[in-house]
Design a protein around this ligand. Sequence first.
Ligand SMILES: Cc1cc2nc3c(=O)[nH]c(=O)nc-3n(C[C@H](O)[C@H](O)[C@H](O)COP(=O)(O)OP(=O)(O)OC[C@H]3O[C@@H](n4cnc5c(N)ncnc54)[C@H](O)[C@@H]3O)c2cc1C
Length: 300
Amino acid sequence: MSEEDQPLDCLIIGGGAAGLTAAVYLGRYRRRALVLDAGGSRLGWIPRSRNVPGFPDGIEGRELWKRMQDHAVQFGVPTQATRVDTLERSAEGLFTARSRDGAWRARYVILATGARDIAPEIDGLEDALRGGQVRFCPVCDGFETQGQRVAVLGRAGHGLRESLFVSNFGNHVTWLAMESEEEVAQEHLEQLRGAGIQVAGSAPRIIACGEGRGVRVELHSGQVLEFDTLYPALGLQHHCELATALGARACTDGQLEVDAHQQTNVDGLYAAGDVSVDLNQISVAAGHAAIAATAIHNRL
Ligand SMILES: Cc1cc2nc3c(=O)[nH]c(=O)nc-3n(C[C@H](O)[C@H](O)[C@H](O)COP(=O)(O)OP(=O)(O)OC[C@H]3O[C@@H](n4cnc5c(N)ncnc54)[C@H](O)[C@@H]3O)c2cc1C
């Protein structure tokens, strides 16, 4: 059997922050690995990240993504552009991934397929994301909203928690509750009041007004509110299906359960980054990937 016919040591499905970090580690452990990536990393939506260690002046998400791809290639792990449709595991424990472009066999798999932000209907959403008037991640960039008028759009529970979180950055927060404020306990409404958060029940139409001109919200009542920044808090859809089809356990929102080495309950199947249980951050994704890659290296 030629080397080409041999199964890979590790197949990495997903080539964003987690998948490419795993690629660097496995390449430097001199393992045969390959990244298969559908090209939709959340890195591509980051106008400028300012919390990645080593980049105090920030770095554009696309630039960081490109550097990570080059880094992995430098240590011998390329990325092939394709979307994996199915993942199977044989009785002997060998994995086979298939896409319209081919099939790949591997002894271990790291699933690093990430997540997708559930976006509200906003006129001009894509430009607003690139311009920073609509932001998805207050953990990432709440710091940048100091002194601003900020709206948080989300239903009870999620919307409420995010409003409280965002209000810690010295800004003026309004919770657009999508008619869910009646589901919120009195003590939580008092918490909101205590934090100086305004509540506006409905938000039928949201318009991003162009770079530097914020977001306009037209309420049912006819009232118009204007904000510098809007955070949708509608949740994430985690891309866990390839793993759950093999019997991997996931939480209700689709984040995969993993052990201390990032292994799912399916032997040999690891998960890293946003798709596994934890905080959705670049440095967390990189940490997961380092742990998973090293655990796999030690088993090979
Ligand atoms: C607007 C925005 C701003 C952000 N700002 C920051 C920030 O400042 N700091 C920070 O730490 N984090 C930030 N984040 C979060 C950060 O981008 C993510 O936490 C990080 O990218 C997660 O890495 P990942 O590898 O898990 O997923 P991703 O980077 O999203 O990569 C997953 C990859 O898997 C691919 N994929 C999915 N399914 C398949 C399949 N079936 N076959 C093949 N490939 C597949 C996807 O196409 C994608 O390329 C931000 C996110 C957004 C949306």
